[in-house]
Design a protein around this ligand. Structure first.
Ligand SMILES: [Zn+2]
Ligand SMILES: [Zn+2]
Length: 281
């Protein structure tokens, strides 16, 4: 089986202190067919806090600096590991819909091979990781979930990323941590519309396997939605562990590959210079 890990974080992400050299060495050791470093770059917090006058919603700003540090480091390391590892310079671009100008700046950087389009928060709202679900009614949580899927739909209609990152990210916290059993099937139409928009643009989705090692216990998204993507004509699938430390690199990517196979994909994709390279699983 050819395994890829195309969603990982390093010391250049605010929530990781994984040494980038150790991450790459591990990727070599476990013989990945492709390995992408995809540090966080949140479009709505590209500048320092002072730039966003009157806005102190968030804990961390200045992602433009992190982006530059990550991309320049990986660009250098690609040369060093040439011939040894299929190393990809990626970015996990958060909240493109909140600042399309910054998103355009990120995607037009010629050093970037691969862009994951992610959604961690709604406008003027904290990351789903930090919301207090026990203080909300079930109706409020459903409303929040609907707004998440509508924001995803907006992101997909823009669609200038390569793969949609961890669809159902909100469930990591609502269901996984909060223990609230949300039935998201009521949003299936919005999800199908989002997939159709992605497919029309020749883009893909990722199977993010972080949920397997967390309380949630499943991939983001689950098999049901990977199947739906396939049924609607989707062809591009990426797999990523979303590792934030060396130990988690490559974790459950085999489970991710099995989901891809079961959904009817025989190939996964890694990206070079923003173009898909199909790898037989
Ligand atoms: Zn993410
Ligand atoms: Zn991530």
């Amino acid at each position: 089986m050819n395994l890829i890990d195309c969603h990982t974080h390093t010391q250049f992400s605010v929530d990781s202190d994984a040494d980038i050299n150790q991450m790459i060495e591990k990727a070599c050791d476990i013989e990945l067919a492709a390995y992408a470093v995809t540090d966080h770059c949140e479009c709505n917090r590209w500048y320092s806090k002072e730039h966003y006058t009157g806005d102190d919603t968030y804990q961390y700003y200045d992602f433009g600096t992190d982006f530059e540090n990550s991309v320049s480091a990986v660009t250098r390391l690609k040369e060093k590991y040439s011939g040894r590892l299929n190393l990809i310079c990626g970015v996990e671009m958060g909240q493109a819909t909140h600042d399309f100008d910054i998103a355009e700046k990120i995607i037009s950087d010629s050093r970037v091979d691969f862009v994951i389009g992610s959604m961690h928060q709604l406008p003027k709202t904290e990351d789903f990781a930090f919301l207090e679900y026990d203080k909300m009614s079930l109706e409020e949580i459903y409303d929040l979930a609907e707004r998440y899927f509508l924001e995803i739909s907006k992101l997909c209609k823009w669609g200038k990323f390569d793969v949609l990152g961890h669809l159902t990210y909100n469930l990591r916290y609502i269901k996984g941590i909060g223990g609230i059993d949300l039935d998201i099937s009521r949003f299936d139409e919005i999800i199908a519309d989002s997939f159709k928009a992605i497919i029309e643009k020749g883009k893909g989705i990722e199977i993010n396997t972080s949920g397997f090692r967390q309380k949630y216990g499943d991939a983001f998204p689950s098999l049901k939605y990977v199947k739906l993507f396939r049924e609607l004509g989707g062809e591009i699938i990426s797999i990523g562990s979303d590792a934030h430390c060396v130990e988690d690199l490559g974790k459950n990517i085999k489970d991710g590959a099995e989901i891809a196979l079961e959904a009817g994909f025989n190939y996964v994709c890694c990206f070079k210079e923003r173009k898909p390279d199909f790898i037989k699983i």
